[in-house]
Design a protein around this ligand. Sequence first.
Ligand SMILES: [Zn+2]
Length: 439
Amino acid sequence: MSSRVDLSANQITLLQKSLDAKARGKIMDVPLGTPYDDHELETIARIGEEMTKEFTGPSHFKPGGWRVRFLLLDSEASNAYAYWMTSFEAICLTTAMAREIDLLCDVVAKSIVRDSKKGGGFAFLHEIDIAPEEKWAMLKGVLMQGAMAVFIGHEAGHLSAGHRPAITSSASATESEGTQAEDVLLYVDDVITAPAADEGPPPPLSLRLNAHEVDADVQGFGMTARYWQKRCDDIRAAKEFPPQATILKAACARPERLLLIASTGAAIAISLMGFKTFAADWNKQPTHPLTAVRCVVGLAALAKLLTGDEGAKSTLLLRPECMEALSVVHARLGTILRAAAKHDGKHSDLTLKLAGALNNDQRLQLMFNATGVAQAMTRSNDVVRYIAQLHAEFSACAPLRLHAIRALPNRLVEWSAVAAGETETQISGAPNSAGGQCA
Ligand SMILES: [Zn+2]
């Protein structure tokens, strides 16, 4: 009898064994065609399954590879993973992450609908003649797709761009389970850096891992942009569209609206990756770049891909739509932090400052500083130089990836980095053009 995750009993046992080794959660499964009991988890699972199929399907991946599964893991730790096994690949999202996506999309959608009458990029929502409750439910659905696209896209990006040989040969990255079993774990990717262990030496810094994480983000945003363009093409081609697509149809009417909605969903996902203080070690992270850096690089890439605006290539200056999306999400994060501090009486330096702020603008500025996004933007030339360094490393590793690339020709997104006012820092996409070593 087929089960929803569509893996053999043996495959499930082996994957569960690998997951248990790191306490990453229990695989959720039900008979094929059966919904999960929990309504929120069911919604996320359906988006995850359909998106995984689309991102790793025949329009993006070469034929003949393993089918990629989407799985929910029952776990209190918030994360997403890609598991490379010998006979299958799986993109996994924990239930804790699923619930956080649901909650943040809910509060952000409510605040956007409430404030749409005040103007701004979301003012078009105010013109749509449907009840506010229906509007936020519809907008929440669109934002959930936008947030899920970042997580599924990141993991599908690692798979499509053939990262495994490049990252498994990096000494700090191997996570072998032995070679005796018939289906073994080859590699696992975490979308979020695991919190540092209290004991033991700090993990080694890996330029190579950081470079491939940036590439996974960029490939993911490439898939995200195509996802939204396809949704809009479908709406334009349809003689009739379902009423629940009303908001998406209005967004598809203008590129800047679509970018605003797509960026808001993406900003929600990025903020769930957790922010770390933007300090002197901002460009010396062990495996994943700082979330603030991934945020600025990712949204700049999304804007360029969705609007075809080459201006975004010259610097990491974000378009107004991306800034508005970040502001909406940062404002909600601030409200959630203050409410939590009030509830449990545990105030942080940040919540005390937020409580003492004179107005919303001040609170927003405090939030942008706390997440490091403000610093990543003001130091965008430094960030660009760092991205150029990562790109040189990424290019140097191209021969390792060559035979593992799963994407169809021309499906991989090239990224480059050019600092404002500098002409020769540009790194082109040609393999090995930087002449560096795959360290
Ligand atoms: Zn990753």
